[in-house]
Design a protein around this ligand. Structure first.
Ligand code: C2E
Ligand code: MG
Ligand code: MG
Length: 771
């Protein structure tokens, strides 16, 4: 099973489209953010570097500016120091002249201070503040240093000196300009970048700059970032250690780049918006075929038509094509399954389920007084074909019949309901249609001999017919009625049809009630056995009694076996009833004299039961009746199904020591052929032959033929239904051994049997005595 990777709850989307779009947009946003961050950093670094470079470059410029200013001051000083009058005044110590010359020099050179340092250590000059000590200056000037920083009052000033020579140096004319804020600002304007310049003594430097190495750029400040550059300036006074401090605002310098950064951010925002739109579109392009598949799959699940449109030949297109192929395969398989579910596998005809549907549809379509005919068909003796020619032959017969019906009936619907039962539906019959003629025509479809594996098989059929609307307007009723009509047709004999009549319904209801009563009788032991004597004309004595079942019914009185044995056969109840008969007959017979036997009727259904021999054996054992005193009466109909099995069963019964009689001999159509197959102990000639005896010479000849044949085969003969002496006389004359019939006695109950036996014994005694 594939596990879907789990997303954090807040990122779990129900829509794949949204997920793809969000993932792509988020990815792009992350990359964009990283690029922005790097670019921002790069720009900041670049800004810092260039600000630092600018400051360093301007520091050199500033040095030159100060140098230039010093030279300019020196130039002004030189003009005066070379002046003859001035030199003379200095040489002579003419202070007023010197003073006035110095004042005009100050004004000319826009310097704040001008003074003369004399050889004798005298300082003459004009200045508003205290001038530095002469000795210190002199040492520096004598050392060859002609300009530098001095202190005037509490200010630092730039000073330039020019020697006063006559020709020997007799003093120095010094011009000085305090480097106060105003002056520094003036000088700063000469620099290319925005710089704040200050001149401080080393010890006056701010703490952060005290340790900074000279000539290097350092940074300080939090709220405003500032770059500093500190250089040493030459001093004309000892211990002064003047420093030129240049400040350059980094924040301001970087501020120039903020436009660029905003531009970048704006571009990023535009890019992100574009990416979101594109991601959404891409996601939609990818997921559109997927959601079409999703919808189609849901429709398929709901059993609706589900095809997707294939618009590309990429993976999604191929997926769509495969889906369509899968849907087609499923539809085909469904069609096959439906076909299998609604058709009979052997004949490919519609099965019962489909027939019911088609019947319902036909009924719904029926208009006006149009009629609809439903025919139930059951092949006669299909079981014989199956048993004698084998199941493959049976299948071939069914297929043959199905194909023939379809080809002959054209428009009609033909279905196989199961086994050898078919149903035919003829719709849209006009009200005046000759239904009997139609039924005859249908009957004509059957009964033609069919060759299977070189053998001829008979495929005649019985048909039950119900017609709508007369016999019902709904499918269930019509099918039930056609079935009832078929049941009736079967009972009427083979190869016939029967139309449904209301009385059939009555009979069916009666049958159902009787079946219920039969079950109750079995449960409550509601049957009785009557016995009818079998007399040997040959030995002139009572030979046996035939056990004949009776059903005393609370409402219907005594019910004849002719009325309920067929139903017991149909429902299979005969097996239980028959077992009771065998046990009861043996029990009764055991109480009779030893030379009397009991004959028990065994029905075909009972005969097919595999444990018949066991039941017989058990009945004999529990009653103590010797096997040879039990006679089983079977009819020819047991030979209709599987002959070999029947013979095997007969032999195994015979092996128990019981006798086997063939009942109702002569009523079947091939009775004689069975005689060759199995050595019966007795033939019971059917009463129909006996009834005709006196009237018809043919019947007499028939009896003679049977007795002659039986004698030849070593079988006893018994004539049933002997009612008068004349019949008995003919039978004796024609060589029949035994008789049974009202002439001797009607069937009597068990108690009457004992009376009958005693009476017979008395009569025999009487006869003996008379003889
Ligand atoms: P079946 O075995 O041929 O029995 C003879 C039938 O002929 C009996 O009818 C009997 O009463 C009747 N019968 C005897 N003598 C005369 C006569 O002189 N004139 C006329 N008209 N009839 C005579 P029943 O008892 O009604 O039985 C009818 C059939 O029911 C039996 O024919 C037999 O096939 C079947 N049957 C009766 N009892 C049993 C039974 O316990 N088991 C089975 N499987 N079938 C039974
Ligand atoms: Mg019988
Ligand atoms: Mg009989």
């Amino acid at each position: 099973m594939t596990r879907i990777p789990s997303w954090p709850a807040q990122l779990r989307f129900r829509s794949l489209k949204l997920r793809i779009a969000v993932v792509y947009a988020a990815l792009f946003a992350a990359i964009l953010a990283a690029v922005l961050l790097l670019a921002g950093n790069g720009i900041a670094r670049f800004g810092e570097d260039s600000a630092s470079r600018d400051l360093a470059a301007n520091a050199r410029v500033f040095d030159e500016i100060i140098e230039l200013r010093a030279q300019q001051m020196r130039g002004s000083a030189d003009v005066l120091s070379r002046d003859f009058g001035f030199r003379e005044a200095v040489a002579t110590g003419d202070e007023p002249t010197i003073e006035s010359a110095l004042v005009s020099l100050r004004e000319r050179s826009r310097s704040d201070a001008a003074f003369v340092v004399g050889l004798d250590g005298v300082m003459i000059g004009s200045a508003e503040a205290a001038l530095p000590p002469v000795a210190e200056l002199w040492d520096a000037l004598e050392g060859g240093q002609e300009h530098g920083i001095i202190r005037i009052g509490d200010k630092l000033a730039l000073a330039a000196a020019s020697p006063i020579e006559v020709p020997d140096t007799i003093g120095w004319l010094v011009l000085a300009q305090p480097l106060d804020a105003a002056e520094m600002q003036r000088l700063s304007k000469l620099a290319a970048v925005d710089i704040d310049a200050r001149v401080l003594r080393a010890r006056q430097l701010p703490t952060g700059l005290k340790s900074a190495s000279l000539g290097k750029v350092v940074e300080s400040g939090d709220s405003e970032r500032v770059l500093h550059h500190v250089t040493a300036l030459p001093a004309l006074q000892q211990g002064l250690r003047p420093r030129l401090v240049l400040d350059h605002s980094l924040s301001k310098a970087l501020g120039e780049y903020s436009g660029l950064q905003w531009l970048l951010a704006a571009l990023a925002a535009a890019g992100l918006t574009l990416v979101i739109i594109l991601s959404w579109r891409v996601a939609r392009t990818i997921t559109r075929p997927l959601s079409a598949l999703d919808t189609a799959t849901r429709l398929l699940g709901e059993g609706k038509d589900a095809k997707v449109e294939v618009t590309s030949d990429d993976e999604l297109g191929r997926l769509g094509a495969s889906f369509n192929a899968m849907v087609a395969a499923i539809e085909e398989r469904e069609r096959q399954i439906t076909h299998v579910a609604l058709h009979d596998g052997l004949t490919n005809l519609p099965n019962r389920k489909l027939f019911v549907e088609q019947l319902d549809q036909a009924l719904a379509r029926r208009r006006g007084d149009a009629q609809l005919m439903i025919v139930y068909v059951d092949l006669d003796d299909f079981k014989v074909v199956n048993d004698t020619l084998g199941h493959p032959a049976g299948d071939a017969l069914l297929r043959n019949v199905a194909a023939h019906l379809q080809s002959v009936l054209g428009e009609a619907i033909v279905a196989r309901l199961g086994g050898d039962e078919f149903a035919i539906l003829l719709g849209d019959l006009p009200a005046n249609e000759n239904l009997a003629a139609l039924a005859d025509k249908l009957q004509g479809c059957f009964g033609r001999p069919i060759m299977i594996d070189g053998q001829q098989a008979d495929a005649s059929a019985s048909m039950g017919i119900a017609v709508a609307p007369g016999d019902g307007v709904d499918g269930t009723t019509l099918m039930k009625n056609a079935d009832l009509a078929l049941y009736r047709a079967k009972r009427d004999g083979k190869a016939t049809y029967h139309f449904f009549e209301q009385s059939l319904d009555e009979q069916a209801r009666h049958r159902r009630q009787m079946e219920l009563d039969l079950r109750l009788a079995i449960r409550d032991g509601g049957f009785e056995l009557y016995f009818q004597p079998l007399y040997s004309m040959h030995e002139e004595r009572l030979k046996a009694f035939e056990a004949l079942i009776r059903w005393p019914h609370a409402e219907a009185g005594m019910i004849s076996p002719v009325d309920f044995i067929p139903l017991a056969e149909e429902t299979g109840l005969i097996v239980q009833i028959g077992e009771w008969v065998i046990r009861e007959a043996c029990r009764q017979a055991a109480s009779w004299p030893d030379d009397l036997s009991v004959a028990v009727n065994i029905s075909p259904k009972q005969f097919q039961c595999p444990n018949l021999a066991t039941i017989v054996l058990s009945a004999l054992a529990s009653s103590g009746l010797p096997a040879h005193r039990l006679e089983l009466e079977i009819t020819e109909s047991i030979f209709i199904s599987n002959l070999e099995k029947t013979l095997e069963a007969l032999h195994s019964l015979r092996a128990l020591g019981v006798r086997i009689a063939l009942d109702d001999f002569g009523t079947g159509y091939s009775s004689l052929s069975y005689l060759r197959s199995f050595p019966f102990d007795k033939l019971k000639i059917d009463q129909s032959f006996v009834r005709d005896l006196t009237l018809d010479g043919n019947a007499n000849a028939m009896i003679r033929a049977i007795t002659t044949l039986a004698d030849a085969l070593g079988m006893e003969t018994l004539a049933e239904g002997v009612e008068d002496e004349a019949q008995a006389a003919i039978l004796r004359q024609e060589g029949c051994h035994q008789i049974q019939g009202y002439l001797l006695s009607k069937p009597i109950d068990a108690r009457a049997v004992h009376v009958f036996i005693a009476a017979m014994a008395d009569e025999a005694d009487g006869q003996r005595r008379r003889a």
